[in-house]
Every structure is written in structure tokens, then in C-alpha cells.
Write a protein that binds this ligand. Structure first.
Ligand SMILES: Cc1ncc(COP(=O)(O)O)c(C=O)c1O
Length: 400
């Protein structure tokens, strides 16, 4: 019989977080996701994915959880690597990969100036690994070339410099596809210097789908690859880092050290497996929808600053006299609102075609209003002001 004191504590501890309207709330959330263009990280698990996840094994992953181990082995196999490691996030996966490659400072890591590891991981390479990041602007304004890497890699033993130990590429990068021939050239050069290649392959799935290239071929030039399940593939959580057995054993130790040793991860592994089986095949239609959106925007007169090579488009509405704020505000006032960011538009497996049509209608309507108000499209400038107009202009959605 519980004492009064214990009953009182149990009363304080308990929580029912299901609101009276939780079922309807989730129906509404699914609708909102289908009309949200800010990222593919907002994709949500489907009832079928949840159903499959409940059947996963119940082990503790610090002691090797069977479903998680099966996922790791599978991802290692399809990427042609010896071993895999389930990670809580893409950031953890990239940063632990760098930490595992980097042994003794001083050292530097080369990447594209737009790379996630440089711009959006809170300077984690400096914090976790004591590494300097050398962000390069690709000379062709699309992807780094072997010349860009050669010209900037620090190989000198001069004590004034931090030698480059890792070249970290990203594919896709802002939705663009890194030509595989160039990756192979970079890899051959980097390896000839005894240095390492890491790939942030958060969306490598999109490259495989779009170019019909095997994951193994795409990953072959790299010593380590991080692949995410929680973005374009629509799983709720997780990434997988792959590499040699020795590399992954060391990364496992760093994952624990950084507090990322997780316990009953079987449900997450099963969601990832479900996503690989059922959601990967949806990517070609995602890319087709992105291309439809791009064609519609172009037809209205908007500048496309980074093309829909996969699931992302970057655009600039200045030529039609409209701002991102005007588009976002108008879209948020629709009877069925759209959620838009700034220059970046992301199409994902749960984007509805009607949302794409609604987005185009908003832009078209604003363009026509501006024209009626006397706006005249300026002549395209020949002075190349900024070749990096595809830099991500963020317009955060108003909080709901
Ligand atoms: C290319 C890329 N790499 C890594 C990450 C980091 O993933 P996470 O948000 O799971 O840490 C993201 C996140 O969107 C990403 O877009």
C-alpha cells in the first residue's frame, strides 16, 4: 500500500500530454507539413511507419541493439563500407566523423563555404576537434573542383599553418548534385597526399535517385560518409555514419563520450528501415514536383538562383518587384496557409501538389498586382554583382 507521501509525489510526477484534441491536432499537423516548404526535416512519421516500428527489437544499443545493428550493417553494405553506426543526428554524425579522423592539432578541414559543417553546426569542428575550417568558394560557382582543393589545401610543414587533414564534401549541397567525376578526382588527389575524405551525405539518397547511381559508387571515394534518415526519407530521427571497422569502433567511443550512446533505439532503426524501403522510391516524384515548381516560377518571371537539381530551389523574386516577405505573408493568409522560408524552397515526400499550385498562384497574383501598380521589370544587370545569390536568405515563418 503506497504511503500518502509517495502518492503525493506520484501525483506530482505524472503527466498526460495528450490534449483533448490530439487526434485532430495531428491531422492538422500533417496538413501543415504538406504545405510547408522550409525544409524536409519537418516530414512526419506515417501511421504505417509507426506500426512497423512497434515490431522492432527491444535491446539496449550501448550493448548493440539487434534492429539497430541490422540497420547499421545494411547501410554499410549498400554504401560499400565495412561498418556503420547509428547516430542521433546529422550534426553528431558529421562532427564525430571529423573528431575520429582528426588526431592531433593543429589541423584544418577544407569544405565548400556553403557546407553544413561550416555554416550550420555552430562551429562544432573548432569546439569538438580544435580544427580550423577552410571554407572555399567554388571557382565555378557550383561545386568544388580538384583545382580549388589543390590550390587551398595546406600541405606545408611550415609551423605557421594548420595542415589540412580532411576534405569534407557535401552531396547534395543546397539540393545541387556534385559531379561524381570531380569527386573521384578530388579523392584521388587527397588520398595521394595521405589525407582523408568525408562526405556529408545527408541527402545522398537524392543523388542516387536522380542520377541512378548506386550508393556504393557515390560513397566509394570517401573514407567516411554520414547519411540521414530524418530529412528527405521522412524518418523521425537518425543518421548513419559508415567507414572502416576500426574507424567506426573509434567513432562509437566518441559517440558515447559525447553523450550520444542511446538505449532502446530499435524503434528508430525500424522507422529508418521503413523509410529506406517505402520512402526512397518516392524521391523521383519529389524531384519532378520541384521541377514543376521551378518551371512555374520561371514562367512568372522570378529568377532561379539555384536550380531544382533534386528537391530544392533557390529563387529571387526581385525581377517581378516582389519580396520574400510579401510572398510569405500572402501565403500564410490563405484559407489553407503555406509555410515558406526565404530564398530556399524545399519539396519533400509529403508536399502536396496542390500546395505547389497554391504557391505559384500566390507569386503570380503578387506579380500581377505589382504590374498593375506600375512596376516595370528592370533590365537584367550585366554587372555581376554577386555570383552567390543562392546564399540562403532565411525568412523564418511567423510562430504559430
Ligand atoms: C546537409 C546537411 N547536413 C547535416 C545536417 C544536420 O542534420 P541534423 O539536423 O540531423 O543535425 C543537415 C540538417 O538539415 C543538413 O541539411
Amino acid at each position: 500500500m503506497a504511503s500518502n507521501a509517495f502518492s503525493g509525489i506520484a501525483e506530482q510526477v505524472k503527466l498526460d500530454l495528450l490534449s483533448a484534441t490530439h487526434l485532430q491536432d495531428n491531422i492538422n499537423k500533417r496538413k501543415e507539413v504538406s504545405r510547408t516548404f522550409i525544409s524536409d526535416t519537418i516530414t512526419v512519421p506515417t501511421p504505417e511507419m509507426y506500426q512497423y516500428a512497434t515490431l522492432a527489437t527491444l535491446g539496449d544499443d550501448v550493448y548493440f541493439e539487434p534492429s539497430t545493428k541490422a540497420l547499421e550493417d545494411h547501410v554499410a553494405k549498400i554504401t560499400g563500407k565495412e561498418a556503420g553506426l547509428f547516430m542521433p543526428s546529422g550534426t553528431a554524425s558529421n562532427q564525430i566523423a571529423l573528431r575520429t579522423h582528426l588526431l592531433q592539432p593543429p589541423y584544418s578541414v577544407i569544405c565548400d563555404h556553403r557546407a553544413h559543417i561550416h555554416k550550420y553546426e555552430a562551429s562544432g569542428a573548432a569546439f569538438h576537434s580544435g580544427a580550423a575550417v577552410l571554407p572555399l568558394i567554388p571557382s565555378n560557382a557550383h561545386h568544388l573542383t580538384v583545382k580549388d582543393v589543390k590550390d587551398n589545401m595546406i600541405l606545408s610543414s611550415d609551423v605557421h599553418f594548420a595542415p589540412t587533414e580532411v576534405v569534407a564534401l557535401e552531396n547534395t549541397l543546397n539540393g545541387t548534385i556534385f559531379p561524381q567525376e570531380e569527386i573521384v578526382k578530388i579523392s584521388e588527389y587527397v588520398h595521394s597526399q595521405g589525407k582523408k575524405m568525408h562526405l556529408d551525405g545527408a541527402r545522398i539518397w537524392h543523388v542516387a535517385a536522380e542520377t541512378e547511381t548506386s550508393l556504393k559508387e557515390l560513397c566509394d571515394p570517401f573514407d567516411s560518409v554520414s547519411l540521414c534518415f530524418s530529412k528527405g526519407l521522412g524518418a523521425p530521427v537518425g543518421s548513419c555514419l559508415v567507414g572502416t571497422t576500426a574507424f567506426i569502433a573509434k567513432a562509437r567511443a566518441f559517440r558515447k563520450l559525447f553523450g550520444g550512446g542511446m538505449r532502446q533505439t530499435g524503434v528508430f532503426a525500424a522507422c529508418a528501415a521503413y523509410a529506406l524501403t517505402h520512402n526512397f522510391p518516392l524521391l523521383p516524384s519529389v524531384h519532378a514536383l520541384a521541377k514543376k515548381l521551378e518551371a512555374g516560377l520561371e514562367e512568372i518571371g522570378v529568377d532561379i538562383t539555384s536550380r531544382a537539381e533534386t528537391c530544392m530551389i533557390f529563387y529571387d523574386p526581385t525581377p517581378i518587384g516582389v519580396t520574400y516577405e510579401e510572398i510569405g505573408d500572402r501565403a500564410s493568409q490563405l484559407p489553407e496557409p503555406l509555410v515558406l522560408g526565404g530564398s530556399r524552397v524545399v519539396v519533400h515526400i509529403q508536399t502536396s501538389e496542390s500546395a505547389v499550385d497554391a504557391f505559384l498562384s500566390v507569386v503570380r497574383e503578387l506579380a500581377e498586382e505589382k504590374k498593375r501598380a506600375g512596376f516595370v521589370r528592370p533590365e537584367p544587370s550585366t554587372a555581376n554583382g554577386n555570383i552567390y545569390k543562392d546564399v540562403y536568405v532565411r525568412r523564418l515563418p511567423k510562430s504559430t
